[in-house]
Write a protein that binds this ligand. Sequence first.
Ligand SMILES: [Zn+2]
Length: 318
Amino acid sequence: MNSRQAIFLLAVFGALAVALVSLYVLGGQQSQMQDGKVSVVATFYPLAYMAQEIGGDHVLVRSLIPYNTEVHSWQPSVSDMIALTNAELIVLNGAGLEPWFNEKVLPSLNLSRTVVLDTTEGLELLALGEGEPEAYEHDHGGEYDPHTWISPYMAGKQAERIYSALVEVDPSHSEYYKARWDTLKAKLDSLDARYQQELANKSRSEIIVSHGAYGYLCSRYGFEQRSVIGLTADKQPSVQELRALVDFMVEHNISVLYVDPAYSPSYINTLKGELESQTGMAVKILKLYLALGPVDGKDYLDQLASNLENLESGLLAG
Ligand SMILES: [Zn+2]
């Protein structure tokens, strides 16, 4: 960096610091003025959904990461930093999904009046690559598979933490939160039971997916995933790797490919084309939602239920 660049950067950071300090002062007044509702900032859709389901009329929930966008490489803007400053409760996924929180938010914001909840802290987490037979290289700092929310079982544990945090922040409405948490818990428990029952008779044990985000489904319900773009969604597969996947599918008689609408289907389409021309069989592409936002008219829980149906199509097929 030369000295002109250094001066420019200093000026930018200086202006940012002034903006943040003045917004912090304003923010202190604002958070008292939201009709008595608890201001909750969740990092992304599934956590915002849970907070809204449990908090109902007594919370004002904001999701930081826009719906249906890539979560692994996201970075907060200045307006996101303001929202974080004003929050009474910040809800994180944890498990390495939000490296920017420790890197950027904690050092630059005073969150002394804010409850910061890491919803996966202390939960039994999978190591990176544990859901896949071959560990993929990744350049992210994390050591865990962060995609906990896709499993109704893990999601139940995370939602329970959100319930407890809401009671801590706003004890005067604890009975209201309890009733709503009981309702959400019943839905998640019933989904978990359905996954167990309906996948118990599966005739296959592998799925082929674009982004390897389904490790927590694999480990709980007893199958494996092979992915095209890896666990952090930033891998470019080589021709050899794509060929190896095609060979694997031929060998295991697999004719279903899974993709989430948030990611490009281009590699999956390549695989489908290769496989169909090699074997002559029709290959189906089915959706396996990452639940990063409402899509196809389905909310978070609808998407988890739809995932079960599509997994049955791939794993129970003869
Ligand atoms: Zn992911």
